[in-house]
Design a protein around this ligand. Structure first.
Ligand code: G1P
Length: 290
């Protein structure tokens, strides 16, 4: 299985992050030194992906621009002798091939994926959601790609979440396999606690095969009146064509302010130059610190 493309839906409004996202796409909000979307793209590149397909809208073109050359800026950095920054800016511009398709109506995640059909119709592909930031070794889309290649099946990434949080996610029921992955038997999008089949929640990482497009084309709107990817995946589960892999490492929900801020601090604490000063300032701010 040769997986090269990551579909990254970016047409959503980011209402959880307003007013910060009134005119700046939520994917462009910075976490430490980089916009959120760059972390997602780099995770894909680390897993061997070479192309990203942004499912986008007319207000989000700066996401594509971020992964393009900016000659004015490059000239300015060259003239100012800022060689390191120039190299970094060029690295970002050249890191990935960018394809953009317009999602003309916001009809749900399933619809966003279907919008990429003409680009991905003959190949398996990854789907990566910008709200879920995954860090650490052996985590993220690379793990799902390995599982898809080993089994020839579609794969969803899951994590265990506390019971009271299941209603924020798609939730799976499955049979654990000897290698620790799950054969998915059913999925429910945003279930009430009492209806959740488990506490294994789908996080925004998927590897899908072109067969998903046929299912999505016939998919009716589900929870929230949206065409849900989770509902379409049930069609695969019914044919024993879907597995789930539990992902480890750190995960941050970038649309949640506490998580977003924690992610910023997490990265700053890993930066040698900033670490000590940041800890000192945080201590000063915390009322109960010594
Ligand atoms: C989407 C999916 C959901 C999944 C979640 C992960 O929901 O529909 O199944 O659990 O992403 O972040 P959203 O958060 O876009 O409402």
């Amino acid at each position: 299985m040769n997986i090269k493309k990551a579909v990254i839906p970016v047409a959503g409004w980011g209402t959880r992050s307003l007013p910060a996202t009134k005119n700046v796409p939520k994917e462009m909000l910075p976490i430490f030194r980089k916009p959120i979307v760059q972390y997602i793209v780099e995770e894909g590149i680390d897993a061997g992906l070479t192309d990203v397909v942004f499912v986008t809208n007319q207000n989000k073109t700066i996401i594509e621009d971020h992964f393009d050359r900016n000659f004015l800026l490059e000239q300015l950095l060259a003239r100012a002798g800022k060689a390191d920054m120039l190299e970094e800016v060029r690295r970002v511009a050249n890191m990935v091939n960018v394809i953009a398709v317009r999602q003309k109506e916001q009809l749900g995640l399933g619809h966003a994926v279907l919008t990429a059909k003409e680009i991905c119709k003959n190949e398996p592909f990854a789907v990566m959601l910008g709200d879920d930031l995954m860090f650490g070794r052996d985590t993220g889309i690379g793990e799902l790609i390995k599982a898809a290649e080993a089994t020839g099946k579609a794969v969803v990434g899951v994590i265990e979440v506390p019971e009271e949080k299941v209603s924020k996610y798609g939730v799976i029921a499955g049979e654990e396999l000897p290698d620790g992955s799950y054969k998915v038997t059913s999925l429910v999008e945003k279930p009430a606690i009492e209806d959740a089949p488990s506490n294994l929640a789908i996080i925004g990482r998927y590897v899908l095969l072109p067969e998903i497009f046929d299912i999505l084309e016939g998919q009716k709107a589900g929870v929230g009146g949206e065409i849900q990817l989770t509902d379409a995946l049930q069609g695969l589960a019914d044919q024993d064509k879907l597995i789930a892999v539990k992902l480890g490492g750190q995960r941050f929900d970038a649309g949640d302010w506490v998580e977003y801020l924690t992610a910023n601090i997490y990265f700053a604490l890993h930066d040698e130059e900033l670490r000590d000063e940041l800890i000192q300032r945080l201590k000063e701010l915390l009322p109960c610190s010594e």
